[in-house]
Design a protein around this ligand. Sequence first.
Ligand SMILES: Nc1ncnc2c1ncn2[C@@H]1O[C@H](COP(=O)(O)OS(=O)(=O)O)[C@@H](OP(=O)(O)O)[C@H]1O
Ligand SMILES: Nc1ncnc2c1ncn2[C@@H]1O[C@H](COP(=O)(O)OP(=O)(O)O)[C@@H](O)[C@H]1O
Length: 630
Amino acid sequence: MTNTLSPSVAQSQEPATPIVIVGHVDHGKSTLIGRLLHDTDNLQDGKVAQIIASSKKRGLKVEWSFLLDSLQIERDQGVTVDSTRIPFLLNKREFVIVDAPGHRQFLRNMITGAADAEAAVLVVDAAEGAREQTRRHAMLLHLIGIRHVIVLLNKVDLLDFDQAKIEAAEKSVSELLTKLDLEAALFIPASARDGDNIASRSDRMPWYSGPTLTEALAQVPSPASRAELPLRLPVQDVYRFDDKRYVAGRIERGRVRVGDTVIIGTQKTPAKISSIASWHTAPQISAAAGQSVAVTLEPDVIPDRGDLLHKSETPPVAASRIRTRLFWLRQEPLRVGESFHLRLATAEHAVTVTSIDSVVNLDDLQKYAGEEVPAEGFAEITLSAAETILFDPFVPGTADGRGVLVDRQQRIVGGAPLLGPAAIADGEKVIHPTGSTVTTQDRTRAKGHRGGVFWLTGLSGSGKSTLARATEAALFADGVDVTVLDGDTLRAGLCKDLGFSEADRTENVRRAAEVARILRDAGQVVLVALISPLLSDRALARQILGEEFAEVFVDADLATCEQRDPKGLYAAARSGKISGFTGIDAPYEAPVSPALHLKTSAGSVESETKTLASFIKDTVRLSGALKARS
Ligand SMILES: Nc1ncnc2c1ncn2[C@@H]1O[C@H](COP(=O)(O)OS(=O)(=O)O)[C@@H](OP(=O)(O)O)[C@H]1O
Ligand SMILES: Nc1ncnc2c1ncn2[C@@H]1O[C@H](COP(=O)(O)OP(=O)(O)O)[C@@H](O)[C@H]1O
């Protein structure tokens, strides 16, 4: 099978100009991409015939968006090399359309740097005007800092090519963009389906004297040469051959020459470049931005992966508290205190969110103070690291300062363009949580199982403590590293300042969840046995613990619990000796969809213990049996 895009595209030597094409669903993005590739002669003839045939078959005019469907199929089959970049040539100049089928994927692409985009085309249905995604995409373009924005007012045939109507549409989109501080370089009235003002001038809008889309793209500045900027060489790896150590990496910007003195990372160790090699080439005297090199250093110091080589006269910013923008991608909100890894070029730093400084409201696009960043929201936050981080503050249209936040499972949870060092406000509580250098994988390997938290909730007397202790013993006998955090036990020490008011119970849950997190992160299986009566409190625990959290409903009806009354507390509550007792005069909200539901009114302690222990082992076990303890 051959690639749909014509082979000439691959032959250009100039660096390609990346552009993104965005727009609300159905406003014509896919049609535009198909039309653009066709009208600029970037499709093979066979492909065009295929699109025409399949459009005819469905009784449609030529449906250019079918092209993207067929590209998608090629991608799925692995035919197209890069799944998110569509190259095309415009008068010998190479462009790359950074494409992403879904909204979430688009966001991910934008923030992970697939789009160092030089320009953006915002497609807006002229008849429908700006919609939800128009607004979100425009916001993103503003936050990412794409400087060159072309608004394509699409489907102007629906407005009969009428100048007054089209100008009214332009005005309303322009007002939205102004609110976002995003200035459109151009508004182009067009019909992507018919090709008006895409690659050729429309004769149906003689009143329009501006450029066509391809003329506008031709005016987009080429990616500026990064070779003239101060040197940044992030260390990818260090290799040893014949007693020599080679420090390998891709020069992000600037250039290195043999004889240059460079500074290595945060240790600030100076060293001389004694040789430069590129793969498959003879040794070089110098190398510049974009090249992957292996340098030898004199003296033979050993940088770490992630160290940044730079020159002493042009150092990057060094800070351990960093103000950053945030494009939050997780489906749950972000709160202060959560920890992540900040990926920055080849470096990874453990960081904690120490403040949420402002949150952007997507309705009025204003910044507000906020306690949390909502799911998929935008914000400005402060990150703290235990170590100094070297970085260049984010500059629109470059790779500088483009941090990415990843969670414990290495999933990307947010884009974090680093804005600069965060000043310490008067009286501010400054903390620098440290991250372990022992990895989760190391711990898992050593213990033979993963860590996890099993949160037992239920009425007093339902059997939480009994089952937790019996399961603890069973798991321990099986070689599992296990700890129980029991309500009564915690309340005898860590939580002895707390009573049973709603606020105190929330704090009790929070503390237990934080302790469970530390133990879980150290690789342990943690059984938490707390009444934790409110759905909102257990949601808080889940928030603190993330996905490695399983809710176990220890379910016995009130009558059974009251009849058991192992501590005589129900009797005391009934006689008014104690008040606010769960199930009597304080609420208990049962879990809606627990990971495990144990009905202890009916079953025996032994059978419930077996069920719980095997559920836990199935969850934390590695493939195969748990490691036998020697
Ligand atoms: N008013 C009131 N309500 C509920 N429970 C009470 C109360 N007063 C004392 N106790 C005893 O405290 C134990 C519950 O503590 P928890 O930390 O699990 O409760 S909570 O999660 O904070 O709601 C609970 O233990 P369990 O019976 O093991 O659940 C009781 O022994
Ligand atoms: N299937 C069962 N699971 C757990 N406990 C049971 C079961 N059947 C009877 N019990 C009894 O119920 C009581 C539960 O008390 P406890 O474990 O302290 O509950 P909680 O910690 O939820 O307050 C114990 O006396 C226990 O022996």
